[in-house]
Design a binder for this molecule. Structure first.
Ligand code: PLP
Length: 341
């Protein structure tokens, strides 16, 4: 195992409160893992990176915002679903650093001002909502339109892709891999498995490449919240290839193992079956830990099912990366059912 990455980190703004805590989930382990011969379950609390800016996107934006400042940009344009955590984080980061922020959101124009969308507005971001039929297949054109519009106004816009997942954004979880290995070392173990929710692929790409570069044996698995396994195999590899192009660091791309479990995405992005809401309820009850309905609730539900099938039996320690997303609990309020209420 190596203590640090083979190349220095690029410029970075300190926005997140790091390191985030690494905590054991012993009541979960006792009920859902040990009876099946499974590992002790730990959670890396990346939902605690900040308050409004909470979650995994802040780690990526530390590098992305530094690059935008380096290029003397004054405007950030990014995109996502109408309840995007990435867009909400970008809106708040932009406000903190003095950027104008424009969000291109996929959804219905009369979407409720709730959850992340409420925070986008509080942060003063400009918001343009595109119905899914207009958004799909036109995103490149939409970005170009707005970038040119800002240029005509004498501004300089920096475009951030979905989820800040590209060769620049994955620095967030390369740096996080180092941090996580230090946390685990302090607890006296090297994790057998690292599990995360995967949506635009950058978190999984950073963790996967991080483990390879740090020469640790930990196996990284992304639980897909949308799309299929082939999509993420491709996307994660593409992000890593982009990073290699930018850094010219030599990486054996052929030997990278990308593990995707796409069996628990349910009906699609942002939609989940009752079992996911029950898991969110159970984990809040057992551990006081809040998962979200779009990403971590689905991934954790999938993890519990796989533990029950003995998939992780014989392992000692598994780390679940909690990537945040709790503001989406509120717009999903009607999907929970509480007995006795
Ligand atoms: C974006 C997001 C993810 C997925 O991370 P990617 O890097 O986009 O794959 C997981 N959890 C939460 C809460 C997110 O907002």
């Amino acid at each position: 195992m190596s203590e640090s990455l083979p190349i220095p980190l690029p410029s970075r703004l300190r926005l997140a409160h790091l390191p985030t805590p690494l905590q054991p989930l012993d009541r979960i382990s006792e009920r859902h893992s040990f009876p099946y011969g499974g590992p002790r379950i730990w959670v890396k609390r990346d939902d605690l990176t900040e308050s409004g800016m909470s979650g995994n996107k802040l780690r990526k934006l530390e590098f992305v915002a530094a690059e935008a400042l380096g290029q003397e940009c004054d405007t950030l344009i990014t995109c996502g679903g109408v309840q995007s955590n990435h867009c909400r984080t970008t809106a708040l980061v932009g406000a903190r650093l003095g950027f104008k922020v424009h969000l291109l959101l996929r959804g219905e124009r009369d979407a409720a001002i709730d959850g992340n969308l409420l925070l986008d507005h509080l942060a003063g971001a400009d918001v343009t909502i595109y119905p899914p039929s207009e958004y799909a297949g036109n995103l490149g054109r939409i970005f170009t339109h707005w970038r040119e519009r800002y240029t005509a106004l004498g501004r300089r816009a920096f475009c951030i892709p979905t989820g800040a997942s590209d060769g620049l954004g994955i620095w967030g979880y390369l740096a996080a891999s180092m941090e996580l290995m230090q946390d685990c070392r302090a607890q006296g173990f090297v994790p057998d498995h690292i599990v995360c929710a995967t949506g635009s692929g950058g978190t999984q790409a950073g963790l996967t490449l991080g483990c390879q570069l740090l020469e640790v044996e930990s196996r990284v698995t992304g639980y897909a919240v949308c799309d299929n396994a082939a999509y993420f195999q491709n996307k994660v590899r593409e992000d890593i290839r982009h990073w290699v192009d930018l850094t010219e660091c030599s990486v054996d791309l052929a030997s990278l193992t990308i593990n995707v479990n796409a069996n628990y995405m349910g009906p699609g992005y942002g939609e989940a079956g009752p079992e996911v809401y029950q898991t969110i309820n159970k984990v809040a009850n057992l551990e006081g830990l809040l998962l979200d309905p779009v990403y971590t609730g689905k991934a954790f539900h999938g993890l519990l099912q796989e533990l029950g099938k003995g998939r992780y039996s014989g392992c000692s320690n598994l780390v679940f990366v909690h990537s945040g997303g709790q503001f989406a609990l509120f717009p999903h309020r009607d999907n929970f059912s509480f007995s006795g209420v």
